[in-house]
Design a protein around this ligand. Structure first.
Ligand code: XUL
Length: 541
């Protein structure tokens, strides 16, 4: 059997998926929810939020405990771990883990009669890790961007502007606020490379995909960029792991996991990557012309790119793709937690929520929301505030339809720089199983939306990447598209078609939405006359 294991450490949970590539199916999937199964860490939705939503951290020790809980579950489920050929994983992107010089020596002498968490408790120089939801580094972004010669220059060098959630600004903030702590730090990992290091028993390299989300890697050469390092913190190069391709075999599994969980000592490892790059593979986006939306804690829209295609507005990002090419991405912080906020405010179940979406009209009588429940990434909003045009916060139906329409109108608007108008979009993530939400996405994008039955595309992507490296090493090189198609063509999926009757309405609404955004964020002209004209045209009110 060709078994491959994909792990996914996301914001709220850690998931493991074992696939059998011969049979082209996932054999077992299990998730550890951080809040529910590790309540001693006191996280809410997997994170700690402070400073009015600006500072968002998580606890790396919690991820370590979750990893062992997951592996114990695998053992109880009698999974054939000794037959797993290659393991890889996926991490929420951009989060940073700060470690002292005992990290490496501890990894090399792990004892199996103790837990990983007990043995690693003293290896951190920063107890908690800033993650992608953190937006407290506005000042540091500005400093780095200025050093690099402004926004355009920063985008050209690194593929993205210096952004609040990115690792470089997080590192700079730590260096400025806790110089002692910075000096004591011997290595700084991403969530992905940190967890990869545990399995490897050594400092794992960072892969080119996740490395691109740091404002530290040169997007063209895929090397650490000395100018960006200097703009961030002193002597940073010495504290960063090496960079490598996402498909490189980096070694064999550490003896700790062999002894304790019965993996074969021959189990190979490839680097972990970010959740979006993994999903790119898990959804089969290995060539041009396909796009995906991922509806999770963050909502993202991404496409495969053959070449670097940068967004000079600084809103979109370009990362490496695990294939060795590139991917373009737009990311929203107001994803599932914003949807939940509205659902909970009206004390509804998801079933009620869907029913209301089904029974309300596209265009929402011209009611438009700018849904910044949390600080937003795209467009940049540092102070959360929800703006409503043509309705108020007590309008139950209006609010429910408005938040979903706003999320996809914004996604359509801010992904224009990618220059793709895909005929089919792949949907993944928890909310992608909600057909009423997906119908609105299909209508707004005027595209078919395909969802696979397996919604954890990040864990699947990590497992598929593992299979690719294995077959490349042991058989003939197999083409990426051929490999993912072999697997994905056998998976069940459903397609939601757009209702053509609404394409003109949504194009018009997009224009009004844009005006609302410009009015609030850029002192643009009053959108009310346009909004009223829209409402009159389609609803006669
Ligand atoms: C992508 C991003 C988020 C996180 C969520 O740039 O910040 O999608 O990766 O896990």
């Amino acid at each position: 059997m060709d078994y491959f294991l994909g792990l996914d450490c996301s914001t709220q949970s850690l998931t493991g998926m074992l696939i059998d590539f011969n049979q082209k199916k996932s054999v077992y999937t299990y998730s550890i929810n951080f809040d529910e199964e590790l309540p001693q860490y006191n996280t809410q939705n997997g994170v700690f939020i402070s400073n009015g939503g600006k500072i968002v951290h998580s606890n790396p020790l919690m991820w370590i405990e979750a990893l062992e809980m997951l592996l114990n579950n695998f053992v109880l489920a009698n999974l054939p771990l000794e037959q797993v050929k290659v393991i890889s994983g996926s991490g929420q992107q951009h989060g940073t883990v700060y470690l002292n010089n005992s990290f490496l020596s501890t990894l090399k002498k792990l004892e199996t009669d103790k837990t990983l968490a007990d043995q690693l408790v003293n290896v951190f120089t920063r107890k908690t890790s800033p993650i992608w939801m953190d937006s407290s580094t506005n000042k540091e972004c500005e400093e780095i961007r200025n050093e690099l010669g402004g926004m355009e220059a920063t985008v050209k060098i690194t593929g993205s502007d210096a952004l609040e959630r990115f690792s470089g600004p997080q590192i700079r903030k730590f260096f400025k606020q806790n110089y002692e702590g910075y000096l004591k730090t011997s290595v700084i990992h991403l969530v992905s490379s940190f967890l990869s290091s545990l399995l490897l028993g050594e400092n794992s390299p960072i892969d080119h995909s996740d490395g691109a989300g740091m404002t530290l890697m040169n997007i063209a050469t895929k090397q650490w960029d000395q100018k960006a390092l200097d703009a961030t913190a002193p002597d940073l190069l010495q504290k960063l792991p090496l960079l490598t391709s996402s498909y490189e075999i980096i070694g064999k599994i550490s003896p700790y996991f062999v002894k304790k969980y019965n993996f074969s000592p021959e189990t190979l490892l490839i680097p972990w990557s970010g959740d979006n790059p993994n999903s790119l593979i898990g959804l089969g986006l290995t060539k041009k012309g396909k796009a995906a939306i991922s509806l999770g804690t963050s909502d993202t829209y991404f496409t495969y790119l053959k070449r670097v295609n940068i967004d000079l507005n600084g809103e979109g990002q370009v990362f490496g793709a695990p294939t060795g090419d590139y991917m373009g991405l737009v990311c929203y912080k107001n994803g599932s937690l914003a949807r939940e906020n509205i659902k909970n405010r009206f004390e509804l179940s998801w079933k009620d929520f869907s029913r209301i979406l089904k029974n309300t009209l596209p265009g929402n009588y011209g009611k438009i929301m700018l849904p910044y429940f949390f600080p937003e990434i795209v467009p940049l909003v540092l102070k959360p505030k929800v703006y409503r045009f043509g309705f108020d916060e007590d309008d139950l139906e209006g609010n429910i339809r408005a938040i979903i329409e706003a999320q996809f109108l914004s996604m359509k608007l801010h992904s224009e720089w990618l220059g793709e108008e895909p005929e089919e979009i792949y949907a993944t993530g928890g909310a992608s199983t909600n057909l009423e939400i997906i119908q609105i996405a299909a209508d707004i994008f005027n595209a078919n939306i395909r969802q696979y039955e397996v919604t954890n595309s990040a864990a699947l992507g990590a497992a598929l990447r593992s299979s690719k490296s294995y077959y490349d090493a042991t058989k003939n090189n197999i083409d990426w598209t051929e490999l993912v198609n072999q697997y994905l063509e056998l998976q069940k999926s459903v397609v939601t078609k757009p209702n053509m009757n609404y394409s003109e309405l949504y194009n018009h609404m997009l224009d009004v939405y844009k005006k609302c955004e410009r009015f609030v964020l850029k002192n643009g002209e009053d959108p009310e006359p346009y909004r009223k004209e829209f409402a009159k045209k389609y609803f006669g009110n």
